[in-house]
Write a protein that binds this ligand. Sequence first.
Ligand SMILES: Nc1ncnc2c1ncn2[C@@H]1O[C@H](COP(=O)(O)OP(=O)(O)OP(=O)(O)O)[C@@H](O)[C@H]1O
Ligand SMILES: [Mg+2]
Length: 453
Amino acid sequence: LALTSLVVVPGIIFIAVLFGTVGQRIMLASQRASGEVSGQIAENLSGIQVAKAFNREDELAEHLMSLNQKAYRYGFRFMILMTSMQPLMAAIGQFAIAAMLFVAGSLAVGVLPLLSFGDIFLGISLVRGIMFPLLGLSMMATQVQSSLAAMDRVTDVLESKPAITDAPNAVALRPENDGIYFKNVVFEYLKDTPVLKNVTFSINPGETVAIVGHTGAGKTTIAALVNRFYDPKEGAIFIGDQNIRDVQLHSLHHAMSLIPQEPYLFDDTVMENIRYGKPDATDEEIMELCTMIGADEFIEVLANGYSTRVIQSGKNLSAGQRQMITIARTMLANPKILILDEATSRLDAYSESLVQDAQELLFHDRTTVVIAHRLTTIANASRVLVFDHGVLVEQGTIEELLAKNGAFKAVYETYYAHQGIEEITEERLEVARTVVAQQGGVKSEGSESGAAK
Ligand SMILES: Nc1ncnc2c1ncn2[C@@H]1O[C@H](COP(=O)(O)OP(=O)(O)OP(=O)(O)O)[C@@H](O)[C@H]1O
Ligand SMILES: [Mg+2]
């Protein structure tokens, strides 16, 4: 009798498997679709001003709507599947009991009754006792499967390994090692599209070298390679006599600081953003440093001074304020080697001069590579390296390079000369400072420190 109930077992298994595989697929699709929706929302929010400026709001809204509808469709299908599961399984259970009753009934009322009603009742109770947990189990199996689908996406992230790690025999960067040496470095982000082609140069300890070149020439890539964010395809990079491939990353990054082209600020106070360079620095130490480099002028005009919260990585600060905070952060870290990827953003002459003064202090007696967009920065460098499409085409002092009348001259004429910075003399700066001071924008004693070059 009990065997009769087993008739439905293949049915249950079939349904469980069907729901499992189909369910898993729909579940994945639905998760992916809702991921797309949240990604798009995040992008729309961060690009909202650009969208408005170009009158693209409607288009973005439409795109979001279509993504949303897709997520809705998959979500709906998944829900239908999930909710139909229970009644379907219950129906199968009831069908099994009906089949049993039919068989048992015919046995009980036949010519020679084999079963008493008591036996039948007992049998049905037993089968119900087994059947429903069995159904529950198969439903759980479906749920486990869909959870596994979700787990798949999580493990993809969890199991991704950092591409660059310490070599097994890595040692700390020795304190006496300084200076940067590129030896025949070839690098490509994508296969067969070299971004740096056989680059060789040296930057001596304590020297400030400017890197210039047209956009896309590979300047930021050099900064990334010195920090070993990537390994070169061929050739090697040395700090002193140590190949950075054999150096512990931690000690490498302790010895050098990078001020990236787009400085990054954390959603915390200005004070904490500066302290990031040296976690155990005291408030006094930070304020003293800021006074020294003239950053306090920028900071003290903020609503809450040093306690002002930076929001959305610095949207509530001006470009000059952001730069001064990152300069202060780096000076606090006091690295042996500095790499500065100068932003192209044009500051007003006054802010520019403050940032410039602060940078000079930062470069002082420190091995510095500065990817230069400002003529004033180049003027401070003892040598200039000129890159063009990943090739080091010229190097030398500014005078040498200008006299050569080659690539540097061309770069110089196309954009540095257009900046017109060379026409801003000390005299004009002084006028600008006085105007700013008169308008009460900044404190006058600060502008004196800014002027003291
Ligand atoms: N993460 C990346 N993946 C693929 N290609 C990249 C990546 N970063 C940069 N590139 C490519 O490498 C080349 C050099 O880029 P790089 O950022 O070094 O230029 P750059 O000299 O710093 O330019 P800019 O003056 O505009 O900052 C460019 O052709 C760029 O498209
Ligand atoms: Mg760059």
